[in-house]
Design a protein around this ligand. Sequence first.
Ligand code: ZN
Length: 443
Amino acid sequence: MLFLLPLKAFFKASIAVVNNLPRKHFFALILLFVFLLVISLVPMQPKTKKTIYRSLELPEGVVVKDEHAAAEPLAAIKDEYAKVFPDFSGNKEVEFEVNDGDSLSNIFEKESLSAGALQLLLDADKEHLRLANLIPGQRIKLLIGPDNNLLSLKVFLDLANTLTFTLKEDQYDALLETKAGKWRESLYQGRIIGSFYKTAKASGLTAAQIQQVSATLQDKINFNRLYAGDTFRVLVSKQYIDGQYSSESDVLAILIKNRNKTYTAFLHEDGRYYDKNRQGLSKAYRRFPVNGKFRISSNFNRKRLHPITKRVSPHNGTDFAVSTGTKVYSIGDGVVLRAGYHPAAGNYIVMQHSRKYTTRYLHLSKILVRKGQRVERGAVIARSGNTGRSTGAHLHYEFQINNRPVDAMKVSLPLSTAVSKKEERAFDKRRDLYLQEMGINNI
Ligand SMILES: [Zn+2]
């Protein structure tokens, strides 16, 4: 408490002084106090920035002369990440158009690519069977690594489809990419003058579409007996990719009127045609491509492990253990989409039964049909064999829906000849829509 005493005395004295000050001085003192208070509250001015320039001289050995000076650290990265970033390694891209007589093997020779890679590539193509018969006009893009190893191959099959093979570990992965495009409908109609074929052609239908029309109604109409004055309407759906007609089309609906009768056909969801009363116009599919007694030696298995490599190597078909020369039947009406020889598949046939359904027959000894040929269900299209990469005489048979292999022994096939009960409503709706689009109110 003692040290407070002088402070107390000081305050007392100060108050006494202030009290004794003349009034003017007192006010001056208050003013001074306020002034000091204001000054203390004004924010401080920021200091002016000062820029310091320095120059640094590099020792002569490290001077960066041009962009390549950075290559040394990148080269180190390159080795470590070569697999992840193959582009570091100075890959070369080669692009060209397939010419008449070009084959994959002469392309490989020209680019000095190994025969081993060609073999692996053809193995990977077994699912698509497109590499053995390249078509003039198709574009191909190769990506070749610094050791002249093929990293990827891309084939632009047509406007809609691109097939890419990519090297992964030591085999190629195949990927088929399909552009959906836009489907637009066109109506073709006419009054017959001369033959049906001539009039239909004149209306704008293509030969393939006319063939589809006559094949669909061949059991109902004798097309040679359509006479002048008979009429037809055909509704076609055409695919456009980036505004360009891809030449893919579907005949959606047909209506032919002769003097006394009207014939109709409507394409249903299952890829087959039915008349207005839901009765089937295409024959039912067969389950098996061979007749008589047979043994199945290998079933469809997407996850089959390769016995030697232990890798997943899908078996996309069903193998029938039949001796060479056994008759092979088309399981349904259709058109031969492709037929030829493939080093892995041997002699093969791909049949198109509808936009959705295709079937394939591999390792044949003899092909009895040609590309573009229309074939009826049950027609003998080939003789079985042991060609291509095959370990014994057998028929490998595949069923694909929208380019995807399915188990041919289990797939629910359109086997009956009429629209199934549960699909009746959907069929009727589609039929009525097509009729409306053809400008038909009642039939
Ligand atoms: Zn097989």
